[in-house]
Design a protein. Sequence first.
Length: 204
Amino acid sequence: MSHDSPFIRFGALCAVAAGLVGLGYSISFSLYLHSPSRGTAYADSLLLLAGGLISTAAFTAVYERLRETDATLALWGFVLGLVGAVGAAIHGAYDLANLANPPASLASDVPSSVDPRGLGTFALTGLALAVTGVLILRGGLLPRGLGYLAFLSAALLVFVYIGRLVILNPKSPGLLTAAVLVGFVVNPVWFVWLGLELRGGRRL
């Protein structure tokens, strides 16, 4: 597959879309935290589902671009990203199913069985971004700044996962700061930047 193949171009568009959908999810989730409503809950679920599915194409495209640097490491990063993205999508679908047809009883403090405390959404995606950062810095096929931003995003995502696992309260100041930074700035910028670079179809 060439660096300017139809799928790479499709993946580039999906990367930009993943950044925008991720930003929309962060906005919706913030609104839900401040004023919970059925509408914002539906928006959260739909955006999480859509973002997870869209980002599978972005991770596939970045794997294809970076695999010549280290095929085995790139494959591991791709698997982590794919599992994380699918986990996020299933989490969104799970929440959506409970909203569409609420069960007779559902404890609100029980973690999702498919993405407990964001294992896929935050931790696995963060590890995938860390691997991507290593490949970018080692291979020089994408801008080094994109690699450093991947490391920052990875650190924030893993921190958010650990925070949700230990602190639980998403309004905790440290956890909220990290979530806002990664959700509103770092991740959207990284995915949009990635999409633009993949769309360029050139070595950098």
